[in-house]
Ligand binder design. Sequence first.
Ligand SMILES: [Zn+2]
Ligand SMILES: [Zn+2]
Length: 352
Amino acid sequence: MRKLPVFFLIDVSESMVGEPLQWVKKGMEHLIRGLKKNPYALETVWIEIISFAGKAKVIEPYEELPLFYPPDFSIGGGTALGRGLSFLMGEIDKHVKRSSINSKGDWKPLVFIFTDGQPTDNYEAVLSNWEKSHKSKCQTLIATLGDCCSTNLLNRIANEALKIEDCDEDSFDSYFKWMTDSIVKSSVQVSEGIEAKNGLAEIEKNDGLSKIDLNKPDHSNLAVDDNYTVLIGACQKTQEKYLIKYQKGVAYDPANPDDFEKVYRLNGAYRIDYKAYKEMSEDGAHCQVDSRYLRGVPACPYCGSQHAVAVCQCGGIFCIDTSKQEQTCGWCGETGYYGVSDESFSIDRRLG
Ligand SMILES: [Zn+2]
Ligand SMILES: [Zn+2]
């Protein structure tokens, strides 16, 4: 039986923390459930799910659809798309049977890549490798959240590209529904003995998705995912770690309405599994953000302290207990006195 291999490469960088990651998890559950209802997909489809942030790993190993269960996702730091692609190539080589003179191999793999930011790693070598050895042997579709990547980059990776217009639940639902339809369509084609060319489903209008024209050049090339700023904090009571996510926006000065500046507004603070986070993160990668562009202070998601962005001398961010003056940093354990300051300070910012 010739298999129809389906690989997912999913961005779990820090900017996905909170609801977006829950939507991905739910979307993947719907996708698996939807595919299991389809007799053609049940017969041919094999699936593997790889997630990537600063590093890449298999979160659900290659398995035939009837035995496949949707995975759990955890967050990491960075958007190392190069490392993700490199890992994906290794997995494709390991699992997909190529045709030989004597026997037919598996069907052309379907590869679905999702990313929400510019790559933060040096991907050039991997990408030319991909173009040479794998691109023509896979049917690859990349989806981005908003306009985060240059079309040149998308064009080099994929046969088709989709934009998820807004970061909301309906758009993510449409994306997973579209992937489900595409896999079903391809499995019907291969069951008739036809290679799943143009096997991807049509995009319906007004469902939060749009096709990206890969022949239209542009030159955006940011090293850091600029739509979000993500900081990492440590609770001083529990030493548990949390991510604080800020979303890009603009602030107007009422006195000068024509004048505006880019600011980052608080989205929320989220608990993370720090061990899993470190495993998925780029080593030592960080950059600075100036606190005067940040708007809003979250409560600590562990102890409930109302102020979770105090900055220690060690550079670490931690939650403070406003009922006392003496505070202990959740990172280095140093104790000191903290007052609220209006001065701006630079804070370590994550890359994802
Ligand atoms: Zn706390
Ligand atoms: Zn400290």
